[in-house]
Design a protein around this ligand. Structure first.
Ligand code: FES
Ligand SMILES: [Fe+2]
Length: 404
């Protein structure tokens, strides 16, 4: 890797636990390709990652293969009805076992047909008798943690990770209160975007509505920004606000007669957005997936009471796709270009608002940056410099102390 010690030290140099006194993350974490290698180990292989709505794994034999930053994982409902996840890797010679999604009774590797039960144990393989000292129990698929949380399925590649329900405190209760019908909703639509911006710029932008009055003029005719509340918790934050009662010119989309009159948005560390917007009963999951330092794939999944959106639902979907998201993509890609100049090296500042302006606060972005720095710190603790960089001048015995 080519990240220098000096660069790692600058990450926390200007960060302060009080957002009013703090700088935001410096530009290098948004532009240096090597940071993604550290982030994979420090963040993406250690956190709860969204897989799908539980309806996709409802029946025994349902499976779905996903990629988590280069690691192929399969989630499955086994024949006894237990939700499980494994590395999607055959223990014979390492071939991936399944693709996409579907329904199966056994996992059969497409290379030499080793056959695994859906609980991951090795069932059979051809000519095994020719191998000496072979023990079936040593060659089961390697399990990873999986959890159903508010009708969604998440996995965590860290065997030591605490359950999502424990880590996320009151989040499940908040979601259930806001969306008691979540279990009855079904997948109705997906948008996928490839954005020319670092995944953290996408998250930063997701976490504040300071830009809304400037960049999302239609959205601010729909929402009552004076009552838009931003709250941060351990590993999540929320932005909740009602539909405006005073605006007589809502130009976003029609919410007449809508049963949902609030805009709910939760961010779950590190890269998942959970939303319910004014309109018919709905749920959205936004997933921000890093491709490289300057490219992010965003998926937006929409869930409604039926799998074909109504005309009114389509109006909301089209506003989100063609107006709101295009406005955000323009912002994200512009910020990425800005990060690539010397003008932003040190990072920026956070605006922290209260009272009638509370909806415009950037404390959610500060909260994210704090969690980010903690995760990088945890990763660096105890690692010697030669594990972090191979710079010829470095002392391989010295450990990074800048984050403690
Ligand atoms: S690699 Fe899977 S059966 Fe050979
Ligand atoms: Fe936005």
């Amino acid at each position: 890797m080519t990240i220098s010690i000096r660069e790692l030290q600058t990450l926390t140099e200007n960060f302060n636990s009080d957002p009013k006194c703090s700088y935001s993350l410096p530009a290098l974490v948004y532009i240096k390709p090597d940071f993604l290698n550290i982030e994979r180990e420090a963040i993406f292989y250690k956190s709860w990652q969204y897989v799908c709505h539980v309806e996709q794994l409802r029946h025994p034999g349902d499976y779905i293969a996903i990629d988590i930053q280069g690691r192929s994982i399969v989630a499955v409902r086994d024949l006894a009805g237990v939700l499980r996840a494994f590395y999607n890797v055959c223990r014979h010679r390492g071939h991936e076992i399944v693709k996409d999604r579907g329904q199966i009774k056994n996992f059969v590797c497409p290379y030499h047909a080793w056959n695994y039960n859906l609980d991951g144990t090795l069932h059979s393989a051809r000519h095994l008798k020719t191998i000496e000292n072979f023990h079936f129990d040593d060659f089961g698929m390697v399990a990873v943690q999986i959890e159903e949380f508010c009708n969604m399925v998440f996995v965590n590649l860290d065997p030591e990770a605490t359950p999502l329900a424990t880590q996320s405190g009151e989040l499940a209760r908040e979601i259930q209160e806001a969306a008691p019908d979540l279990g009855k909703l079904t997948h109705a639509h997906r948008f996928t975007y490839r954005v020319k911006g670092n995944w953290k710029i996408v998250v930063d932008n997701f976490l504040e509505c300071y830009h809304c009055a400037v960049a999302h003029k239609d959205l601010t005719t729909l929402l009552d920004m004076r009552n838009y509340q931003v709250t941060t918790y351990d590993i999540y934050s929320s932005q909740i606000g009602p539909v405006s009662m005073t605006s007589n010119s809502n130009s976003a989309y029609n919410v007449e007669g809508a049963s949902v009159q609030e805009h709910y948005l939760w961010w779950l560390w590190p890269n998942t957005g959970l939303l319910r917007y004014p309109g018919d009963p709905n749920w959205m999951v936004w997933h921000f997936i890093p491709v490289d330092a300057e490219t992010t794939i965003e998926t937006f999944d929409f869930f409604f009471q039926q799998s074909t959106p109504t005309a009114q639902q389509m109006e909301a979907i089209e506003y989100i796709d063609k107006v709101l998201q295009q406005e955000d993509i323009d912002i994200i890609e512009s910020v990425q270009r800005g990060m690539n100049t010397p003008a932003y090296e040190k990072g920026g500042r956070f605006v922290v608002c209260s009272g009638n302006d509370k909806g415009e606060t950037e404390q959610g972005v500060h909260h994210f940056h704090g969690l980010y720095l903690k995760a990088i710190d945890r990763y660096l603790q105890g690692r010697s410099l030669d594990q972090i960089e191979q710079a010829p001048s470095s002392d391989p015995q010295q450990t990074i102390g800048a984050f403690s």
